[in-house]
Ligand binder design. Structure first.
Ligand code: NDP
Ligand code: 8X3
Length: 254
């Protein structure tokens, strides 16, 4: 029997890369997409060697509608039977009140987290419909469920992902295509370095004094959702560090 295929956006680091590793260990072939080609190639080599799977590395900016369309419509025929789409590419950019916000930051978040997710999904759904099966995993956030101080636009984009997750499930369950949202709290990845525009010192402070989640915790939850029997759909999972009961509350030791 041929291997299943997963398409993971934003697989050059963090949650996407951890999910790629876990799915490779489960013998999935992988379409690895992100903007940083070198990081993708390195991951691809590692996974091919360690797990003997096949990978297709795709340099893709999900904000670029034409690039997304051409990439997905141009997939080699043996890569078109996508069983799992992980809509993971995303970012927070900045942390300011709306009146002080940088509009370029807003555009980056809206264009990536909402429009990019939609461009990819719009082009993958027809392939899944052709196969009469599939599973879309949308990476939301606790910011999809709560709003925290200065998180405004990021929270709004993730609330949109939450709404789109429900919309997709309503529209797709009859085909039958499964749809799941995974909503993590604080996970230590490149996320905060990106949010603070490369300020590593400020980013490190986000994770000081408590045990944050790691990317493998989220990959594990994604695998749980994917590996349920055909008749079971996990609608959503919210996963928090034990020390973070709500988005804006973190119990720190010092
Ligand atoms: P990382 O910054 O480590 O990873 C983000 C990934 O998204 C990278 O692979 C990056 O690749 C990719 N990406 C960003 N912009 C684009 C783009 N325009 N086109 C294609 N790929 C892009 O952060 P995380 O792993 O933490 O983030 C993954 C997802 O998880 C995001 O949607 C984030 O919002 C969400 N999340 C993260 C949480 C956390 O605390 N870390 C908590 C809740 C949700 P490249 O730069 O190479 O393009
Ligand atoms: C990332 C987690 O709490 O910074 O989505 O919004 S948080």
């Amino acid at each position: 029997m041929s291997r299943k295929i997963a398409f993971i956006t934003g697989s050059s680091s963090g949650i996407g890369a951890a999910t790629a590793k876990l799915l490779a260990s489960q013998q999935y072939n992988l379409i690895l997409a992100a903007r940083r080609l070198d990081a993708l190639k390195q991951l691809s080599n590692e996974l091919n060697t360690q797990f003997g799977i096949s990978t297709l590395v795709v340099k893709l900016d999900v904000r670029n509608r034409k690039e997304v369309e051409e990439t997905i419509l141009g997939l080699p025929v043996e890569w078109q039977k996508i069983n799992v789409l992980v809509n993971n590419a995303g970012l927070a950019s900045g942390l300011s009140s709306i009146d002080e916000g940088d509009i370029d930051d807003w555009d980056a978040m809206i264009d990536t987290n909402i429009k990019g997710l939609l461009y990819v999904t719009r082009n993958v759904i027809p392939l899944m419909k052709n196969n009469e099966s599939g599973h879309i995993i949308n990476i939301g956030s606790i910011a999809a469920k709560e709003v925290y101080a200065n998180g405004n636009i990021y929270c709004a984009t993730k609330h949109a992902v939450d709404a789109l997750n429900v919309a997709m499930r309503l529209e797709l369950s009859k085909f039958p295509i499964k749809v799941t949202a995974i909503h993590p709290g604080a996970v230590e990845t490149e996320f905060s370095v990106v949010r603070f525009h490369g300020d590593k010192e400020r980013a490190d402070k986000v994770y000081e004094g408590f045990e944050n989640l790691v990317a493998d915790d989220i990959a594990d939850a994604i695998w749980y959702a994917i590996s349920r029997p055909a008749h079971v759909n996990i609608n959503e999972l919210t996963i928090m560090p034990t020390a973070q009961p709500m988005a804006s509350v973190i119990h720190r030791k010092n």
